[in-house]
Write a protein that binds this ligand. Structure first.
Ligand SMILES: Nc1ncnc2c1ncn2[C@@H]1O[C@H](COP(=O)(O)OP(=O)(O)OP(=O)(O)O)[C@@H](O)[C@H]1O
Ligand SMILES: [Mg+2]
Length: 189
């Protein structure tokens, strides 16, 4: 038994590197949806997976922060710190996080060894139609004044590893694109 456990551990360590899939994009683009589907797929493959979802982190680790540029950057920097620790311990770390500023995403790229930026893209008029949390409606009604992509800036990635146009693909197709990329890079089997 001891041998089998050790053997499995060595095999797992040598073959399955941790990595970070960093999903950036405006509200309702599809970041959480894709992260949850990728998690299900990789759990099925026997990987250890964590999701660091912007919304969830704001309820805990970043509950003291608001939506100013400075606070958004701090929030993102905390996520970078946790993601880095997880990924370097072999965990597949999925980060659905608006992360609107290029500079902080560059910081993530520089600090995290296996960093894959996924630009989750969708035209504004479709986002307004989707509006699963009612945020666009509130922003358009003037009830909130800092919605990313509509009122606050969203700085598009310049050279993401993967771009997903979620208005042109089904969720299944998008998941497939990402899994194929991970296989081609040797991150998953
Ligand atoms: N190809 C696709 N990939 C992902 N989501 C899609 C796709 N096509 C349509 N959708 C739909 O778009 C919506 C995306 O909502 P989701 O909560 O995942 O967005 P989000 O980017 O996490 O937003 P937020 O930043 O507000 O958390 C879902 O209702 C999903 O079903
Ligand atoms: Mg989300």
């Amino acid at each position: 038994m001891a041998f089998r456990e050790n053997h499995w551990r060595v095999w797992n360590m040598s073959n399955d590197p941790g990595f970070v899939l960093w999903f950036t994009g405006p509200p309702a683009a599809g970041k959480t949806t894709l992260a949850e589907r990728i998690r299900a797929s990789l759990l099925n493959n026997g990987r250890r997976v964590e999701i660091l979802d912007g919304d969830e982190i704001r309820k805990g680790l970043s509950r003291d922060l608001g939506f100013s540029k400075e606070d958004r950057e701090k929030h993102n920097e905390r996520v970078i710190f946790v993601a880095k620790l997880l990924a370097r311990n072999g965990v597949v770390t999925l980060v659905p996080l608006i992360s609107p500023y290029r500079e902080v995403r560059t910081k993530a790229r520089n600090e995290i060894q296996n960093f894959i930026e996924v630009y989750v893209r969708c035209p504004l008029e479709i986002l307004i139609k989707r509006d699963p949390k009612g945020l666009y409606r509130k922003a358009l009604a003037g009830e909130i004044t800092n919605l990313t992509g509509l009122q606050d800036p969203y700085e598009e990635p310049l050279s993401p590893e993967i771009t997903i146009n979620t208005n042109e693909q089904t969720v299944d197709e998008s998941v497939n694109t990402i899994i194929e990329y991970l296989k081609a890079r040797g991150f998953v089997r």
